[in-house]
Design a protein around this ligand. Structure first.
Ligand code: NAP
Length: 282
């Protein structure tokens, strides 16, 4: 069997047009573009690259994506930067690029983002709203996985979905979104015994672990749908958590890296910025 590819790029491009005209309409009415402030308290290369990806897309679609650099970051300095942005009516969305230094309290910093500007759904309140089924911004990567599955007509109701990874950024919110759509969800992590027995039982496997080519064909049921959230730098190339070539021999659908979840993530994030600008709420 040779799997079909879950392509994120065409779906992202299709959404980009609506985003571009929405942002242009907002600017025409108000005199300024929707604005996302990204707090940068890191010199981590991958984090800076993620920021530049957002900024480049922002330039294309008419959303202003600006960096707010915090030198010698401490919890106090990051929280102060977030509070200043929260009080600035010209800023519609705020997010904090990670990783921050280990001694910075990321949770406290994210919780300083008001829900109406929390476009990446990172605060305790936004996550609580997601987990309790109330409207709110949803972490963009988790939402991107759902958009990728929906965009290819993958049926989730009654499906057994296994999510590998339980971070608050990806794994846990994704599990909630799948559950809300009627999937039966298993959450796996580093302490899971016999991981392959779980993933092999799944109709849909989503992998967000952060280990290059972690999931191989022996851990996948023939005909399954496999979504690769991982982004790992191997030399100069970006590879996913799934061994794409060999898993493609077994699965029915596999998402590539790059070109799968990633392009949708950035578009969905900027859609949230436009929504925050337009309505002042999620
Ligand atoms: P993370 O916070 O490091 O979480 C990794 C998760 O994987 C943890 O829950 C960990 O379990 C689990 N894990 C680690 N080793 C494992 C093993 N051997 N078996 C089973 N589970 C294991 O990472 P993250 O922020 O969720 O990101 C995950 C990946 O997604 C990374 O590659 C990241 O770059 C990528 N990512 C992509 C996008 C995008 O837009 N495409 C956005 C965000 C992140 P424990 O909880 O037990 O430690």
């Amino acid at each position: 069997m040779s799997a079909r590819t879950l392509l994120g790029r065409p779906l992202a491009e299709a959404r980009r047009d609506a985003l571009t005209s929405g942002a242009a309409g907002f600017e025409a009415r108000t005199g300024s573009a929707p604005r996302l402030a990204v707090v940068l308290g890191t010199s981590d290369e991958a984090a800076l690259a993620y920021f530049r990806t957002k900024q480049r897309l922002g330039e294309k679609v008419g959303v202003c994506v600006e960096d707010v650099r915090v030198d010698r970051p401490t919890t106090g300095r990051i929280v102060a930067a977030v509070r200043e942005l929260a009080a600035d009516p010209s800023v519609h969305g705020i997010m904090i690029e990670t990783p921050l230094p280990a001694d910075v309290d990321l949770r406290a910093a994210q919780d300083a983002i008001p829900t109406e500007k929390d476009v990446d759904g990172a605060s305790t309140l936004s996550l609580g709203r997601l987990f309790s089924g109330q409207p709110g911004f949803v972490p963009a990567t988790a939402a991107a996985v759902m958009a990728l599955l929906d965009g290819h007509g993958i049926e989730l109701r009654g499906a057994h979905a296994v999510v590998v990874g339980r971070s608050l950024v990806v794994g846990r919110p994704l599990g909630q979104l799948l559950l809300a759509r009627g999937a039966t969800v298993t959450a796996c992590h580093s302490q899971t015994k016999n991981l392959a027995a779980h993933t092999k039982a799944a109709d849909v496997v989503c992998v967000a672990v952060g280990k290059a080519r972690f999931l191989g064909p022996d851990a996948v049921r023939p005909g399954a749908v496999v979504v690769d959230v991982g982004t790992n730098a191997v030399g100069d190339t970006l590879v996913g958590d799934v061994d794409f070539a060999s898993v493609s021999e077994v699965a029915a659908w596999v998402s590539p890296v790059p070109g799968g979840v990633g392009p949708l993530t950035t578009v969905l994030l900027l859609e949230n910025v436009l929504q925050a600008a337009e309505t002042g709420r999620p």
